[in-house]
Design a protein around this ligand. Structure first.
Ligand code: UD1
Length: 417
């Protein structure tokens, strides 16, 4: 397995790239197809490690899954839903969505606590609090979560202490199988949650308020199968836009929804990049010198934490001005800082803040500590003089489809080994 990316910096990115379907929408939506009583067809599912692992988990549970050219069909009718092996579950954080789905469907589930990127503690207490409010009993034993409930579950009013994406989704999934209404207060508002709700609604679910902080779900006995196209990956398209700005390039990112990227586009404009939006995508060019800006990550519609590392790499390339980056979503999401420093970045950290000064980067051996940190290193490497070697590249392949091909298409000089 190729696990190192080599790249030569100093090339302007130019041309067009298409963003794939959103990983973070695809994962809950694939799980949600298990609630249907027939074969669902999902389009624009990105070919990613996380998706392949989820497919393997479903197949282990007897679900019939086929995947070809971005189209996944899922038929849960013959499934036995046996507990998936830990070896598979640990590879994929989003396997916890099976808890909500199986609770709604079968009234019980047993899943090992999930893996995923090592960006902080990442507890699932809010998910479990929601399940409990719906009437489930919860047992945690040696890293395995067991949820069990009388069927159907009972709708409830649940206040989330934090607008967690995963908890909002998991509770919505479980609530589809509950009797009566569930109200999620302080719900997350990410576009991927809206995509999931759109799909569930076509399957017959009654969901109101997604995209606001109060989501209402009216449980229903049976959901049907459906056909659904996944929304574009805003984090992937944002990463290409940032890479374009960092190399002072000229890139059109097709299949981008500007409404999902408002905070990033505002920051790029503030830095001095030119942004041209049309119905299909966004073009990013850099007419003048870039300025440093301050960035604070927040739940949607604030600046996404999943673009913070990439943005930090870009901020090292501002021609003038110091930038302050504040991370509020995950407590340990500055692991890329040490790697950027190996390349010559001038960054000072203090708790959840990092002060970034414009710096000349030079190629170095660095390590991708997690998915988005890895892409930040690509962006830094593209802006640097000389060769960069990014080790542990498997993290990046969890979330970026055809990354090597797409960057090469824009003129980047890189290859996997
Ligand atoms: C999802 C995304 C991830 C993104 C994150 C924030 C997927 C598969 N992953 O992750 O790419 O970075 O949203 O936009 O969609 N928390 C708790 N208790 C809980 C749940 C969360 O304390 O029960 C905390 C987390 O530790 C974190 C914060 O809430 O500090 C945000 O987490 P959450 O929104 O749940 O992120 P994920 O769903 O894990």
């Amino acid at each position: 397995m190729a696990d190192r990316l080599f790249l030569n910096g100093g090339k302007r990115l130019q041309g067009e790239v298409r963003a794939s379907g959103a990983k973070n929408a695809a994962l809950p939506i694939i799980n949600a197809a298990l609630l249907g009583d027939g074969e669902s067809q999902l389009e624009d599912i990105p070919h990613l490690r996380d998706v392949i692992h989820l497919q393997q988990i479903l197949e282990h549970m007897g679900v019939r899954v086929s995947y070809d050219q971005g189209v996944m069909t899922i038929n849960p009718q013959q499934a036995h839903f046996a507990e998936p092996p830990y070896e598979l579950v640990r590879k994929l954080r989003a396997s916890y969505y099976l808890l909500g789905v199986l609770l709604a469907r079968n009234g019980e589930a047993r899943i090992a606590l999930p893996g995923g990127c090592a960006i902080g503690n990442r507890p699932i207490d809010l998910h479990l609090k929601g399940f409990k409010a719906l009437g489930a009993e919860i047992h945690l034993d040696h890293g395995v979560v067991e949820v069990r409930a009388p069927r159907p579950l009972n709708g409830a009013r649940i206040y989330l202490d934090y607008p967690s994406v995963g908890a909002t989704i998991n509770i919505m999934l479980a609530a589809c199988g509950a009797r009566g209404q569930t109200i999620i207060e302080n719900a997350a508002r990410e576009p991927e949650i809206i995509d999931l709700a759109n799909m569930l609604t076509v399957m017959g679910a009654r969901i109101k308020g997604v995209g606001t902080d109060i989501v209402k779900v009216e449980g229903i006995e049976r959901l049907g199968a459906t056909q659904h196209r996944i929304i574009p990956d805003r984090i992937e398209s944002g990463s290409y836009m940032i890479a374009a700005a960092a190399t002072r390039g000229d890139v059109y990112v097709r299949n981008s929804l500007c409404e999902h990227l408002k905070s990033l586009l505002a920051k790029l404009k503030e830095m001095g990049a030119r942004i041209e939006e049309d119905i299909e995508g966004v073009r990013v060019t850099v007419p003048n010198c870039l300025r440093g800006v301050d960035v604070k990550t927040l739940p949607h519609p604030g600046f996404p934490t999943d673009l913070q590392p990439q943005m930090m790499a870009l901020l090292t390339q501002a021609g003038e001005g110091t930038s302050l980056v504040i991370e509020t979503v995950f407590e340990n999401r500055f692991m890329h800082v040490d790697e950027l420093k190996r390349m010559g970045a001038d960054i000072k950290m203090d708790g959840r803040g990092a002060l970034v000064k414009p710096s000349r980067l030079s190629g170095a051996r660095v390590w991708a500590t997690d998915l988005r940190a890895g892409v930040a290193l690509i962006i830094a490497g593209l802006s640097a003089e000389g060769e960069t070697q990014i080790n542990d590249f498997h993290h990046v392949e969890r979330g970026y489809e055809k990354l090597e091909e797409k960057f090469k298409g824009l003129g980047a000089d890189l290859h996997l080994e």
